[in-house]
Design a protein around this ligand. Structure first.
Ligand SMILES: O=C[C@H](O)COP(=O)(O)O
Length: 263
């Protein structure tokens, strides 16, 4: 396997939290808590609700912050009569770099199918956005022991029909549903098992060069106290953080995860 040159990516998914005043405050505090070097070493992304995107854009552009941002969802449609939907072109215009596709909360509460997730991944590329494709198993599947097959099937479905050069850019987020917001983190070994299987599957389908370039995040109750052991795993290149990303100090401390290793 080639040397790992993947730049870690730590993304904060704010979910349905923070109004635009609070969004501005959090981004400012986050930037003030990190040095340029720390922001160069780790790509830091925030994924606010749609209603905060303009505020985040203004803060990032105005102060030339080395933080990127994106959205939590995207419409499969390009535009038109789709009440409540947000098109990729609108996100692109707001300077978004990333968009989540297939987060388990969308799959579960909004009945998003693999086919819809795949359409959203393609919609992201059509508007020059990088999709963060989320995969992960619920507790019954974990207990049954079919979690690896479940996640690789979601991976295959999410990436179906993409060109290899597009696949190479995708970020994959492995989030076991039973670990999201529960305080119950997967052990680093459990997380590595699935992330390693995801990379092996990518290598099988698209070749080692592409598989080695793709960044794979772990998500599910990640916080400053446990991030270092997760990031130490060979196939984990970042974290998708929910609750702990709403606290600027805590999130900044996660970005500095290497310091936790050094201790
Ligand atoms: O997108 C983030 C994940 O759902 C993880 O959320 P959490 O860190 O609150 O468990």
């Amino acid at each position: 396997m080639a040397e790992n040159t993947r730049r870690p990516i730590i993304a904060g998914n704010w979910k349905m939290n923070l109004n635009h005043f609070e969004a501005n405050l959090l981004v400012q505090k986050l930037a003030a808590s990190l040095t340029e070097q720390q922001l160069a070493d780790v790509e830091v992304a925030v994924l606010p609700p749609f209603t905060d995107l303009r505020t985040v854009q203004t803060a990032v552009d105005g102060d030339k912050l080395s933080i990127v941002y994106g959205a939590q969802d995207i419409s499969r449609h390009k535009g038109g009569a789709y009440t409540g939907e947000i098109a990729g072109s609108m996100l692109e215009k707001l300077g978004c770099s990333y968009v989540l596709a297939g987060h388990s909360e969308r799959r579960e509460y909004h009945e998003e199918s693999d086919e819809l997730v795949n359409a959203k991944v393609k919609a992201a590329f059509a508007s020059n956005l990088t999709p963060i494709l989320c995969v992960g198993e619920g507790l019954p599947i974990r207990e049954e022991g079919t979690h690896v097959a479940h996640c690789t099937a979601q991976l295959d479905a999410g990436l179906a029909g993409l060109k290899p050069e597009q696949v190479k850019q995708v970020v994959i987020a492995y989030e076991p549903v039973w670990a999201i917001g529960t305080g119950k983190t997967a052990t680093p070994e459990d997380a590595q098992e699935v992330c390693g299987a995801i990379r092996a599957r990518l290598a099988e389908k698209y070749g080692a060069e592409i598989a080695d370039a793709i960044r794979i995040q772990y998500g599910g109750s990640v916080k400053s106290a446990n991030i270092a052991s997760i990031m130490a795993q060979p196939d984990i290149d970042g974290a998708l953080v929910g609750g702990a990303s709403l606290d600027a100090e805590e999130f900044a401390s996660m970005v500095r995860y290497r310091e936790h290793i050094a201790r």
